[in-house]
Every structure is written in C-alpha cells, then in structure tokens.
Write a protein that binds this ligand. Structure first.
Ligand code: CTP
Ligand SMILES: C[C@](O)(CO)[C@H](O)COP(=O)(O)O
Length: 244
C-alpha cells in the first residue's frame, strides 16, 4: 500500500522508566498515586481519551515490566485502546527509542507523552494529533512564560553571572504529548546523538521544521514535591466539576 493510501493510525509512547529523583524518596515516580490512582494510569487514560489513539506503549523501568503490566490490569482503561508494556533504558531518550521499536508497522503518527504529565486534557492531545495529520512532521504543545528568563554562566558556587536576557515574548515552555510523523521521529532517534531533553529537539537537529500549538496549564510536569500538591488540587477540582 502506498503511504497516501495508508490509513492514519496513531500510537502514544509513554516513557515511564524514570526514578523521579527530584520528587524525593519513594516508589518510581510513574507509580506514585494522585487521588489514589497511579500517575501512570492517569497518563494512559489521558492518551486513550483521544479517539485518535489506538495503541499506547508504556515504557516501564527495566526490571519492572511485569509489575507495571499487573498494575495496569487492575484499572479500567478504554477497551478500544491496546496497551503494551516494554522495558525502558537509562535515559528518557533511550526509553523513548525502545518504545518506538515496539510499534507495529501500521502506525503512522506517534505521540510521545511523559508519564509525569498525568493530567493533560484530551483537547490538547487532539490538537497535537490534528496538526500532525494536517502535515506537520513535528508538533509541540507550548505555553508562553510568566517569568523573565536569564541566561547565566553556570557555576557550582553562587552568585552566577547573568550573561543575557532572551526576549520573553519569543520563548515558550514546551510540554507533551509531542506529536510526530513516525518515520521522521524514528530517523531522528537513529541519527541524532548527544543529550537532549525532548524529542522535538532531535527532529530540529535533522533540519526538519517543528511547530508549536497551544499547550495547557494542566499539562504541567510533576517534577518536584510542590507539583504533587498542585496535581492533587487539579484532580479534586475536576471531581467537584464532574460531580463525583
Ligand atoms: N531513563 C528514563 C528517564 C525518564 N523517563 C521518563 O521520562 C519522563 C520525563 O522525565 P522526568 O520528569 O525527568 O522523570 P524522571 O527522570 O523520573 O525524574 P528525575 O529527573 O527527577 O529523576 C518521565 O515520565 C520519566 O518516567 C524514562 O522513561 N526513562
Ligand atoms: C519532554 C519535556 O517534558 C518537555 O518539557 C521535558 O523536556 C522533560 O524533561 P525532564 O528533565 O526529562 O523531566
């Protein structure tokens, strides 16, 4: 079948193999609970809430695949979405690559979504998918910044010299899910080396254009303890609004 004739099928890869060092001691971050439910379950539900997503690939800690599979099986997830669990690697980049390796040949669009962003609304997921299906090879959800940003000369001791103040209006804080034409993302993971902090920057290094669509405040990343407080508050507000 030619590429044009291939129906668009979308999968989400969820890297969930991190330890969550910045969150402090405890279980791996993706398994910590929010409103009594593991963060990873929230993240899988966020992806499968999109009718476009037919497959979710969860990338678990290397020694935790069976435990993560068993944990996911305890929760109700939409039946029309398949969920695979594969082992992750030492870095986020390596974990995403392992998730990509598990995709069947029928998938044409890939979302990469942090387990650590459990509360992303479905409208944001759909906006990213739509932009890829409309022809963008790489799409990021992004928000303007509230703080002024300074570039510094990093030092282990303080104070650090400030070397520049980038124009804030041109800056965006980038979230996930990031959406990609599958072949473009696979090529990026095969060819780009060196440390990166997101997948879109790998695609940028190929010289392929990346576009930003509006992100959402509730798609924030649970990184530090205070983020857990905010996530619990967002969930509690949703439960009140939904009448639970
Ligand atoms: N080797 C790794 C490292 C990170 N991740 C995943 O990448 C996402 C974003 O990473 P981050 O928020 O930095 O999570 P951690 O690496 O767990 O956090 P920390 O850096 O505080 O340890 C998370 O869902 C995390 O599980 C992963 O799958 N494999
Ligand atoms: C991919 C990401 O969530 C985009 O903001 C972010 O770069 C991940 O960074 P982390 O340091 O691995 O949490």
């Amino acid at each position: 079948m030619s590429d044009e004739a291939r129906p668009a099928r979308t999968a989400a890869v969820i890297p969930a193999a991190g330890r969550g060092v910045r969150l402090g001691p405890g279980a791996p971050k993706a398994l910590r609970t929010l409103g009594g439910t593991p963060m990873l379950v929230h993240a899988v539900r966020s992806m499968s809430a999109s009718r476009a997503v037919s497959l979710v690939v969860v990338v678990a800690p290397e020694d935790g695949v069976a435990d993560v599979r068993a944990m996911l099986d305890e929760y109700s997830l939409p039946e029309r979405t398949d969920v695979l669990v594969v082992p992750g690697g030492a870095t986020r980049q390596e974990s995403v690559r392992r998730g990509l390796d598990a995709l069947p040949g029928t998938i044409t669009t890939v979302l990469v979504h942090d387990a650590a962003r459990p509360l992303v609304p479905v409208d944001t997921v759909d906006a990213v998918v739509e932009a890829v299906r409309d022809g963008a090879p790489a799409v990021v959800p992004a928000l303007p910044l509230a703080d002024t940003v300074k570039e510094v000369e990093p030092r282990t001791d303080t104070p650090e010299p400030v070397v520049a103040t980038p124009e804030r209006a041109r800056l965006r804080a980038v979230q996930t899910p990031q959406g990609f034409d599958r072949d473009t993302l696979v090529r990026a993971h095969e060819t780009v080396t060196g440390e990166v902090t997101d997948d879109a920057s790998m695609v940028e290094r190929l010289g392929v254009p990346v576009v930003a669509v509006p992100g959402h405040e509730e798609a924030f990343k649970v990184t530090r303890p205070l983020d857990l407080v905010l996530a619990e508050a967002v969930l509690a507000r949703r439960r009140v609004n939904d009448g639970f």
